[in-house]
Design a protein. Structure first.
Length: 286
């Protein structure tokens, strides 16, 4: 069928371009390249001619619908997030989600148009039925994509919290220079870390539910879901370990600091009293 041939043509397109790029460097390929290139162009021209004949006489709306199906299939064949994207890149994740939301809106409008369309708008029933199957497949994959993006969005938020917590640890890395008011700054930092802990706990519940949703719908295999969950758990466990260690060290440090400060003030007061007493004694002698 046309769909089968077109799919095979697309699947070989990357191989064709890879061969074309190697033609100049490998003589053995260059020798046979003209025949390969001509056959490729012949198949491409055949597909174009076949498609033009199949779609000739269709309305602009129907052609737009068919083009949307092509674009949607191409879009959904790509990874949900680019492989080179940092897992905690919230800004880029926001752009991806925004584009996906717009795509979902367009898909909803296209689906409504198709539901209201009649078979004769596609000229032949086979094209209508094929379009119906493609639209159903695209809709199912879009729902899976929505679930996946929700998981990646939650993961990015959680990793951002982990990164911020590590930033607090870095600022309070021992040894630190003791100064007036430092214990109050540490109290503020503890409140900040407690806020991160609360926010992370809420996101973690959503994240686990989102992972379960992905595995239930088979948008993500169980092994990958377990890997993502384990990755987050291990990083957060490290944060909690560092947090407890930092709490213990700094709380002890500030207690000792207060003790020495108070002791110093007492000793200083005693010295002042002794000095005043000594001065008074000398005055009496005079």
């Amino acid at each position: 069928s046309f769909r089968t041939l077109k799919t095979e043509y697309r699947s070989m397109e990357s191989l064709y371009h890879a061969l074309r790029n190697r033609v100049r460097t490998e003589t053995s390929i260059a020798t046979h390249w003209p025949q390969v290139d001509q056959r490729w162009k012949n198949v491409g021209n055949l597909l174009k001619a076949w498609w033009q004949r199949l779609t000739s006489g269709l309305s602009y709306e129907t052609l737009t619908f068919l083009q949307f199906l092509d674009d949607a299939e191409q879009r959904l064949s790509q990874p949900a997030v680019p492989p080179d994207m940092q897992s905690d890149d919230l800004v880029r994740m926001g752009h991806i989600n925004g584009e996906h939301d717009q795509f979902c809106h367009d898909l909803q409008q296209i689906s409504e148009w198709f539901q209201a369309a009649k078979t004769d708008q596609f000229k032949i029933s086979a094209l209508y039925e094929d379009s119906n199957r493609r639209l159903a497949d695209i809709t199912a994959k879009t729902k899976d994509r929505t679930l996946l993006l929700n998981v990646y969005q939650l993961r990015a938020k959680m990793l951002t919290i982990i990164s911020k917590a590590k930033g607090v640890f870095q600022r309070w890395k021992l040894p630190i220079a003791l100064r007036e008011g430092l214990n109050h700054e540490w109290d503020a930092a503890k409140i900040q870390l407690e806020t991160y802990t609360t926010d992370f706990a809420k996101l973690n519940l959503e994240f686990r539910a989102a992972l379960d949703g992905c595995t239930a719908s088979e948008a993500m295999n169980r092994a990958e879901a377990e890997r993502l969950g384990r990755e987050i758990t291990e990083q957060w466990d490290d944060v909690q370990t560092n947090m407890r260690s930092l709490y213990e060290m700094l709380d002890t440090l500030f207690k000792n600091f207060r003790f020495y400060t108070e002791s110093y003030e007492k000793v200083y007061a005693w010295l002042q009293e002794a000095e005043m007493a000594s001065t008074a004694s000398e005055t009496q002698k005079l």
